[in-house]
Design a protein around this ligand. Structure first.
Ligand code: C2E
Ligand code: MG
Ligand code: MG
Ligand code: MG
Length: 270
């Protein structure tokens, strides 16, 4: 809200009362976003995932930020929908893949995770773009982890299955993000060549509120299911020591969240 207000104050002058303020601000974002890539205004922040038993960082997720000259530092929630609608996300997504791989090539075995958008996943080029990012950086393919959501996978399950098989053939890992919030059939988990699941943070939060409750039962079921299917499991949005303890007691070994570290710009494994 403060960004919108700031934008209006800077650009619209005294006559702004007659504008739809939100729409006005949105148009401004859209215009600035069109040049963000060429101006080098995007940056990646990295947030580690820890194996709590070994205390080692196993992976870090690349999270996109836009440092706009006019609007300040923006998070994906405020610009990703615009990138999606304009189709720019395909180009920006390719940049994210290149940058993430370039960084991770120096991480000595710590993997990097990259989120994919629906449009990227639908593009015919994706396999080639991923291969090019790996090639240019020298990052081993099994050090790259693509994060897709259930809804993205379910848009076209046949196609998704084919693409997952291709990534598997290329040794690139694929994780199902925000797991538990979407509508995927459990049958797909068994049939699709996924590397693992990321339990959505809503379950992690609910676990603490009611450790013996229904959400805990679901987390327990997800743990059992992933173990039996040979899927890796990550809990996201872990914010407290109590959550760490509860998750560990349920058998979740890899965790990500503010409790361990926030996403930061020049992150490197320690
Ligand atoms: P996500 O992939 O589920 O990423 C996790 C989000 O939770 C990130 O928000 C992260 O900063 C935040 N987070 C991490 N730990 C905690 C915690 O302990 N508590 C809470 N409350 N939040 C935590 P962020 O960076 O704002 O990203 C939001 C979403 O935007 C991501 O959700 C992902 O879907 C999307 N996104 C981010 N970067 C990219 C990108 O490069 N490409 C695409 N296509 N999507 C991206
Ligand atoms: Mg993610
Ligand atoms: Mg997630
Ligand atoms: Mg999420």
């Amino acid at each position: 809200a403060s960004e919108l207000a700031l934008y209006d104050a800077k650009t619209s002058g005294e006559s702004c009362v007659y504008y739809d303020r939100r729409q006005h601000a949105h148009a401004g974002l859209e215009r600035a976003l069109a040049h963000a890539l060429e101006r080098g205004e995007f940056e990646l922040h990295f947030q580690p995932m820890l194996d709590v038993r070994t205390r080692r960082v196993v992976c870090a997720e690349a999270l996109l930020r836009w440092r706009s000259a006019e609007h300040g530092l923006l998070f994906p929630g405020s610009f990703m929908p615009i990138l999606e609608r304009s189709g720019q996300i395909v180009e920006v997504g390719a940049w994210v893949l290149q940058e993430a791989c370039r960084h991770a090539a120096h991480w000595k075995g710590v993997r990097v995770a990259v989120n994919l958008s629906a449009q990227q996943f639908a593009s015919r080029d994706l396999r080639r773009v991923v291969a090019a990012a790996l090639e240019a950086s020298g990052l081993p393919p099994d050090c790259l982890e693509l994060e897709i959501t259930e809804s993205l996978m379910m848009q076209s399950p046949e196609r998704a299955a084919r693409m997952l098989a291709e990534f598997q053939a290329d040794s690139v890992r694929v994780m199902l993000d925000d797991f538990g919030t979407g509508y995927s059939s459990l049958g797909y988990l068994a049939r699709f060549p996924l590397s693992g699941l990321k339990i959505d943070r809503s379950f992690v939060a609910a676990l603490e509120e009611e450790p013996g409750g229904r959400d805990a039962a679901i987390v327990r079921a997800i743990v059992g299911l992933s173990r039996d299917l040979g899927l890796e499991l990550v809990a996201e949005g872990v914010e407290t020591l109590r959550q760490v303890d509860l998750l560990e007691a349920l058998g979740v070994g890899v965790m990500q969240g503010y409790y361990f570290a926030r996403p930061i710009k020049d992150w490197q494994p320690g």
